[in-house]
Design a protein around this ligand. Structure first.
Ligand code: FPP
Length: 235
């Protein structure tokens, strides 16, 4: 049975590090890509659950700047999954008023992925429901360096450099910081994800492998968040 979430103190922006696909597959003696395919199915459910719960922004870590170091088979497989995901899901997401965005260095992706991602973004650009950000070829340090370069190129003077000004040059421009970050898969680290943006984010690390994660557990985590008292550095 799926429970209803209380509307009070709902996180506006949730970020997720979807980890554990490989180990999930390994435990079943199947190839890693079997795990990523199962992970794609979990992602579909979690996007729907986010939209149903009235979450405003969901950002997921799908492929990092470090993931290129994986075997060519795994990298190719993940890129194909990305294309399949955008092509298959765009229709239903559009119907549900979801706005799809890609954050990361999109120009570093192959032409097929770029095309599928841009098409999904174009179709859903004017939607007003859940903003769904897929971090692809994303790395937080790369993002910050990219932002600093942009400021220098614009001739911004040192005294004009502020947190807000730098924020404007990040891939996450206009999104607001995540209120809650969830990492599945049992590791308690950030792996170069949204380092700037999570300064005051509530962090939840859980053991469940991403393919086993579901709406029920997701809503339980949101309820844990709803009970937390955020002070943003005040007493
Ligand atoms: C981490 O698990 C997961 C990834 C690097 C990829 C996440 C991709 C999906 C959930 C599929 C949906 C993808 C797109 C592009 C829409 P891991 O492989 O590091 O697992 P492990 O730590 O158990 O090895």
């Amino acid at each position: 049975m799926t429970h209803q979430l209380k509307k009070e103190n709902l996180p506006e922006h949730i970020a997720i590090i979807m980890d554990g696909n490989g180990r999930w597959a390994q435990a079943k003696k199947r190839p890693r890509l079997f795990g990523h395919n199962a992970g794609m199915k979990t992602l579909r459910k979690i996007v729907r659950a986010s939209s149903d719960a009235g979450i405003k922004i969901l950002t997921v870590y799908a492929f990092s700047t470090e993931n290129w170091k994986r075997s060519p088979e795994e990298v190719d497989g993940l890129m194909n999954i990305a294309v399949e995901y955008f092509k298959k899901e765009v229709g239903e997401l559009h119907q549900n008023n979801v706005k799809i965005q890609v954050i990361g260095d999109i120009n570093g992706l192959n032409a097929k992925v770029q095309k599928a991602a841009k098409n999904a973004m174009d179709i859903t650009a004017n939607n007003t429901g859940l903003v769904f950000n897929v971090a692809l070829n994303y790395g937080s340090r790369n993002e910050i360096v990219h932002a600093v370069k942009a400021l220098i190129e614009q001739g911004v003077l040192p005294e004009e450099v502020t947190e807000n000004r730098l924020n404007e040059e990040l891939y996450t421009k206009g999104l607001g910081d995540p209120d809650l970050l969830i990492r599945t898969g049992g590791e308690s680290r950030l792996s170069n994800f949204m380092l700037w943006q999570i300064a005051y984010t509530e962090l939840l690390f859980i053991d469940t492998y991403w393919p086993d994660f579901n709406k029920e557990e997701y809503y339980n985590l949101i309820e844990i968040y709803q009970k937390r008292n955020r002070r943003f550095g005040t007493a």
